[in-house]
Ligand binder design. Structure first.
Ligand code: URA
Length: 260
């Protein structure tokens, strides 16, 4: 049994808690940018995760966006993986090295949703394999959990936005049926939305992470808990303790879901 102190150390929080100083930024004054905003070339915009595609870009002739969505929502794992791998529904297909489908236990109770692949993920074809991914693995370990074991990790977008810019609303709209189908196939008990972009897209909200934390939201009927993006935590170490609180909350919520 791993002790609380060990867990905090695993997350880079330990061994000593730091008292916040009067001048420290608050949740309100220092809201998490989307992962993309870490880059000076990016601007903020989180589009709702609603598959309403107005054009037929990337679709076979004669197939409407609504038909494309309905087809995707009926796919099995094999078809879905092939479809994502060959997707040309938005311009990200022109700049990606490869698609990043998602990884983990296809029967997982936990579904972790991030924003979009970065350079490392684009190169390796797996989500969260860079520095942020290492932190994510530590966070999971702190909960006695492990990537691939009862956990599935995916992003809102399956392709890397060039230069790590923010995902655009049209890209989210075209990609969202893929995540919707992943969720329907996995049927997780709980979704952990990591970062402002994932949270705002899933919950169709413009609310801040600070205001969304600590509550159970719903997406497609599934419970959603919101926390900071690991990349944000790497740049804002003092906020790691909030993320720890969110994870403990998520774990307790999962226990009560399973009990009830
Ligand atoms: N950030 C994300 O949101 N997803 C990844 O896969 C990697 C970094």
């Amino acid at each position: 049994m791993i002790s609380r102190e060990q867990k905090l150390i695993e997350m880079g929080l330990g061994p000593v808690w730091r008292l916040r100083q009067a001048g420290d930024a608050t949740e309100e004054s220092k809201e998490e940018p989307s992962q993309a905003e870490a880059s000076p070339t990016r601007t903020a915009s989180a589009a709702p995760l609603r598959p309403t595609v107005p054009t037929a870009a990337g679709l076979p002739p004669g197939v409407s966006a609504a038909e494309r969505e309905q087809r995707i929502l009926r796919m099995d794992w094999t078809e879905l993986k092939e479809t994502v791998a060959g997707c040309i529904a938005c311009n990200l297909c022109k700049t990606r090295r490869q698609t990043v489908f998602g990884t983990g236990d296809e029967h997982a109770e936990w579904m972790l949703v991030g924003e979009a692949p970065g350079a490392e993920e684009d190169a390796r074809g797996e989500p969260f394999v860079g520095q942020a991914g290492l932190l994510l693995d530590s966070m999971l370990a702190a909960l006695s959990m492990k990537r691939g074991e009862n956990v599935y990790i995916a992003n809102v977008l399956k392709c890397r936005p060039p230069g790590n810019r923010n995902p655009e609303p049209g890209e989210v709209a075209r990609c969202s049926p893929h995540l919707l189908r992943q969720l329907a196939l996995i049927k997780p008990k709980l979704i952990l939305a990591m970062g402002r972009f994932a949270a705002q897209s899933l919950l169709e909200s413009e609310a801040s992470i600070a205001s969304m934390r600590g509550r159970v939201h719903r997406y497609q009927g599934l419970p959603v808990i919101v926390t900071y993006h690991p990349a944000y935590l790497l740049r804002n170490l003092p906020d790691k303790y909030k993320s720890w609180q969110d994870l403990v909350f998520a774990k307790k919520t999962m226990e009560s879901l399973k009990a009830g």
